[in-house]
Design a protein around this ligand. Sequence first.
Ligand code: GLV
Length: 319
Amino acid sequence: MDKIIVTRKIPQPFIEQLEALGQVEMWDESLIPMPRAQFLDAIKDATACFITLSEKIDEEALEAAPNLKIIANMAVGFDNIDIDLVNNKGIIATNTPSVLTETTAELGFTLMLAVARRIVEAEKYVQNGEWQSWGPYLFAGKDLSNANVGIYGMGDIGKAFARRLKGFNTKIMYHNRSRHEDAEKELGALYVPFDTLLEHSDFIICTAPLTKETQNKFNATAFKKMKNDAIFINIGRGAVVDEQALIAALENGDIAACGLDVLREEPIDMKHPLLAMANAVIVPHIGSASVITRNRMIQLCVDNIRLVLNNLHPKTPIK
Ligand code: GLV
């Protein structure tokens, strides 16, 4: 009988679908990751595992799991998985692209406008009872209309983000590993070298996954090239940014503000200097967090597990 490990608590209807396939062992917490030792023990005799980005699939995990056929990652990003090793072992890994694209682009947009219009600072000001009168420059922020917006990472999420810019009459530039002429035609986005993106953007939005090429891409040199009033938004992966360099850039006025959905270490250490900065807005990795989208992501993982356990091709294999 197949054994299926689920590393977070997911709703019962999904568990019932998995139970129709085999014996299910679910970690019964939705906000606390399954402890590593318990995970390594649980996958010993598992044929399938449903994981989140908290679980690292490395040599140690794969050595512990000789019967594993499928790893279904409830995320589009898969930097938590050593994909070469997984492929070499003939294990199938899947992710959840497409279903989360629009929701994640919407979070990026929310974060961008919230930072531009200083919504978090302004709301705290009201909550603290500091609001005394209307002021000519009270929480005066930055317009998105007519701005140059630079998108780093023009995959599905980058394109969905660019589509949302249309109503704001912005100029769109992008930088990506490869050109996307479809995006250029559809969205009027201009492909530019990375330095040009840095130098000319009023807003920079990073949607890039974490790879060897993107790691620390936003470093001290990059922040120095940006406009002093630029706003930097990251909805990709934390390690694409050198956070010490970001802190210095905010302190020195090399850039104006940032909005981050992702950090190098998640959850954030409460002593992290970014938390004390009014011009840094941080949310807890909620890019794809709408109820419908999270349901779709879980369903996609369940579908992929069902297909692979029935010796069929999964819908969304990681290639
Ligand atoms: C979330 O960050 C994801 O990769 O889906």
